[in-house]
Design a protein around this ligand. Structure first.
Ligand SMILES: [Zn+2]
Ligand SMILES: [Zn+2]
Length: 229
């Protein structure tokens, strides 16, 4: 893997050995401060096996420097969306992330909302990074083809710099990517020259609902299907 623009990957923080493309990220385990990935290269998974919850796991070490990075799931009696056999769990504090432009700490603290019964918020569908509170959701765009909502505020997102501003009709916008997995989630309105409506104004975010999940207080749903807030 090369440090090219637009190519995003994780590498070992000790020795810079490249380990995984960020699009192999399934989920971040916020409690364990770890990334769950479908595919990791340049590592060795070996016993002795250990038990995490009821799962059998094998230690994973970096081939470059031999440091312990996490584990590989060997046997998973109760699979879920993220945890499945042959997947890897790597500690974020052992990784650096090349985001296409810069080398960053992969464990850079992200904002996390509390997943408690009366909290309602939106998450990235790809990596479960927390993106916006329900109270920042202003309106669903009436155009069903766009399938997006306008949000007053968003967290854990990267907004493209000035060189990448572009025009969307008469508005100036900047692309917005998830900080966790770099997926394009929508755009931010940089300048809205026409008469601003109460919703469509400078500084708001348009986020595609089919890229988001919503924690509705009791369970996780696809954000494009939940219309009772
Ligand atoms: Zn290493
Ligand atoms: Zn994401």
């Amino acid at each position: 893997m090369f440090q090219e623009p637009g190519v995003c990957f994780y590498c070992c923080c000790q020795c810079s050995t490249t380990l995984a493309f960020t699009n192999h990220l399934v989920s971040k385990d916020i409690v364990k401060e770890a990334a769950i990935l479908t595919d990791v290269q340049n590592v060795t998974a070996a016993g002795p096996y250990q038990i995490d919850r009821n799962n059998l796991v094998a230690d994973v070490t970096c081939n470059g420097c031999n440091s312990l990075l996490g584990w590989k799931y060997v046997r998973v009696p109760k699979k879920n969306y993220a945890v499945q056999p042959r997947r890897f769990l790597l500690q974020l504090n052992k990784l650096l992330m090349w985001d296409g432009k810069n080398m960053l700490y992969a464990d850079t603290r992200m904002v996390t909302f509390h997943q408690i019964p009366n909290a309602r918020f939106f998450l990235c569908r790809q990596c479960n990074t927390h993106i916006a509170l329900n109270e920042d959701f202003m309106i669903r765009i009436p155009d069903i083809m766009i399938n997006a909502g306008i949000f007053e505020e968003a967290v854990n997102v990267d907004v493209a710099g000035k060189a990448h501003y572009r025009m969307q009709c008469t508005d100036t916008v900047a692309d917005v990517n998830c900080s966790g997995c770099r997926k394009l989630l929508g755009w931010k309105y940089i300048e809205v020259p026409k008469e601003e409506t109460i919703f469509l104004k400078t500084g708001t975010f348009l986020l595609h609902l089919n890229m988001l999940l919503k924690w509705n207080g009791t369970n996780m749903q696809c954000a494009d299907y939940t219309w009772t807030c």
